[in-house]
Design a protein around this ligand. Structure first.
Ligand code: ZN
Length: 192
């Protein structure tokens, strides 16, 4: 079984409801093991440039707040990085949630993180580009010294210089009046 695909036609530029683009017609020809044609398939696809968003706000997307995570974002507004702690067994957890994964207790409080940790993993996002962010955008999984991990952007470093394992310390992104998020920058040389 094999197939070949050829481009039969590319239309001139067309304006459509989806955006401006070209209709591309392709023909796929399927052959069996004896090299006999068993099927053909013609596709006409619109390849288009998406229209700009109606109202680009320029603001970062809002987190989906609920009863189980609002406290964490409220603390962030005050530049406090908190970690949820089970008051029954003391286990720290993140992301936030209603129940302890270790002992199933629903009782919890928070502790303030030291703000120190290291890069556990990261990606550098180039596309798609969403208003409110600058690209290339480093999205890191940071493991705090306390042991929990969180996803955050990095500041004060070029994307190509980020390394797994590098020591980082807490910084803050005051994105807009309603949104403050923790970020991490390379740790200063002073050892803690
Ligand atoms: Zn517990």
């Amino acid at each position: 079984m094999s197939f070949t695909e050829v481009i039969e036609d590319i239309s001139g530029e067309k304006s459509t409801g989806l955006g401006v683009g070209h209709f591309v017609t392709t023909l796929k020809t399927y052959r069996n093991g004896d090299d006999e044609v068993v099927a053909t398939q013609r596709w006409r696809t619109l390849r288009f440039r998406p229209k700009a968003a109606e109202k680009p706000t320029g603001l970062r997307p809002r987190p989906a707040l609920n009863a189980d995570n609002a406290f964490w974002f409220e603390a962030a507004k005050a530049h406090r990085l908190v970690i949820q702690r089970c008051t029954a067994c003391g286990t720290l957890r993140h992301p936030t949630g209603p129940m302890c994964g270790q002992c199933r207790s629903l009782e919890w409080d928070t502790v303030d993180a030291s703000g120190r940790g290291h890069v556990y993993s990261f990606v550098v996002n180039h596309h798609p580009q969403i208003p409110g962010f600058e690209y290339p955008l480093v999205v890191a999984t940071v493991e705090l010294d306390e042991g929990t991990r969180l996803i955050a952007n990095m500041t004060g470093i070029a994307p190509e210089d980020v390394e797994v394992g590098m020591a980082v310390e807490l910084d803050w992104i005051d994105a807009d009046p309603d949104l403050t998020l923790p970020a991490f920058r390379p740790a200063t040389l002073e050892e803690h």
